[in-house]
Design a protein around this ligand. Structure first.
Ligand code: ADP
Length: 274
């Protein structure tokens, strides 16, 4: 058996679009009247298939809202969203639930593992629910690369935070979904464990054509991406290709107006604390 490649690379054959997710004029407002908050303001974005995209921006700029809307976890005030060929803003609840289950993977900062299941059972749970058989070889690759080999029978309470997050990452990757959304997926990991997880996400994009969208505050994490989108006040204000940590950090400073530290000082401090 060969490793199944469920998601062709961008531009690949097979008649599938090279866009894994698309947003058009997406607006999301909370509240009304004087308390109305516009979290997303007429956002247009295409997420290319087989790319690793990072979403950055100051706190409150709309990063989580954009991710939740793209993933079909949150409804819109207006606008349209597609995952692959399917317009999810037209789907009924049941159809949307099924699409999320079959085509979308999630990695959150909180690990969201089921405490009564062991690591392997947590990893295969979404596929078990969907009635899909895991690809054994791919599952082995995932488990091995995330470094869980000896701990598959452990329950979450018997694992460290870093190990629990690795289970959550493996769970998202194991089903080879159309697109994976990560909300600060390495936010609870030390820099070494974080780098391992990011390296694995990178490889799943390069070697398997997986599509990943990740919200992060960390310029080093963002530097693993192919593209960095910056949000400010619910709008995409910058779109950077081939980021480096230094370039991302400089851009962050530009948008936050914080000039208290130079990039060199930031990375020195990061190296000391992590
Ligand atoms: P970020 O992820 O960049 O920190 P969010 O997407 O969480 O930003 O929030 C964008 C804006 O929407 C913020 O002003 C926030 O206060 C507001 N917001 C988010 N969720 C809600 C909610 N459930 N009710 C009211 N306002 C919200």
């Amino acid at each position: 058996m060969t490793t199944a490649v469920a998601v062709p690379r961008a531009g690949g054959s097979g008649g599938r679009t090279a866009v894994a997710a698309r947003a058009r004029q997406v607006t999301k407002a909370y509240g009304g009247g004087e308390t109305r908050v516009v979290a997303l303001d007429a956002v247009d974005v295409d997420i290319a298939r087989g790319q690793f995209t990072a979403i950055m921006g100051p706190s409150g700029s709309g990063k989580s809202t954009l991710m939740h809307c793209l993933a079909g976890l949150d409804s819109l005030t207006s606008g349209r969203i597609w995952i692959g060929e399917t317009e999810i803003t037209k789907l009924k609840d049941k159809q949307l639930t099924r699409l999320r289950r079959d085509q979308v993977g999630f990695i959150f900062q909180a690990f969201n593992l089921l405490p009564t299941l062991n690591a392997l059972e947590n990893i295969t749970l979404p596929m078990d629910i969907a009635g899909r058989k895991p690809d054994k070889r791919w599952l082995d690759t995932v488990v091995q690369t995330v470094g869980l080999g000896g701990r598959l029978k452990h329950r979450p309470s018997q694992l460290s935070g870093g190990q629990q997050q690795r289970v959550a990452v493996a769970r998202a990757l194991a089903a080879q979904p159309e697109i994976i959304f990560g909300d600060e997926p390495t936010g609870n990991l030390d820099s070494r464990a974080g780098a391992e997880v990011l390296g694995f996400l990178r490889r799943s994009v390069d070697e398997l054509g997986q599509t990943i969208v990740m919200v992060t505050h960390d310029p080093v994490a963002a530097s693993y991406a192919d593209r960095v989108l910056y949000l400010a006040d619910g709008r995409i204000v910058d779109d950077m290709a081939d980021p480096t940590a230094e370039l991302v950090f400089e851009r962050m400073l530009q948008f936050s107006g914080d000039e208290s530290r130079t990039p060199a000082e930031y990375f020195e401090a990061r190296g000391r604390t992590s």
